[in-house]
Design a protein around this ligand. Sequence first.
Ligand SMILES: CC(C)(COP(=O)(O)OP(=O)(O)OC[C@H]1O[C@@H](n2cnc3c(N)ncnc32)[C@H](O)[C@@H]1OP(=O)(O)O)[C@@H](O)C(=O)NCCC(=O)NCCS
Length: 104
Amino acid sequence: MARVEYQVETAQSSISVRAHTGVEKELIGHVDGFTTINGSISLNNLWVDEGRRRQGIGTEMLKRVKDWGEEIGARSIIAPFSPDPNVDPEGVIAFYNQNGIIID
Ligand SMILES: CC(C)(COP(=O)(O)OP(=O)(O)OC[C@H]1O[C@@H](n2cnc3c(N)ncnc32)[C@H](O)[C@@H]1OP(=O)(O)O)[C@@H](O)C(=O)NCCC(=O)NCCS
């Protein structure tokens, strides 16, 4: 698999993770997160390029969100359930379960 680079940007109450191909810098995945009033991190806009799914990119992006969560003492990571209508929702549920994400 071609090299994937992960770019993380954090602000006081938000994080943005982008996955790019190493050479062309093509965007192949992203996820945003923000802290909630209850001390969790809520995910937004989770997406991996269709041709690059099941290669661990979503998990790697989530790992960066979890690292930030540990730094700021977040108690959980939650996500609204709004899968892309073109994907099998069971796959998204499996991904969330695999990564310890609570469906909100
Ligand atoms: C959800 C999404 C971000 C997952 O990204 P990904 O890079 O493919 O996920 P990973 O490769 O890290 O998957 C990790 C594990 O999650 C589970 N999983 C992921 N996609 C799955 C699928 N379609 N079916 C079953 N299990 C799946 C598997 O256990 C997988 O491990 P494995 O491949 O070793 O079996 C991607 O499918 C996507 O962009 N979907 C469309 C957008 C969307 O619906 N986003 C969610 C909004 S609620």
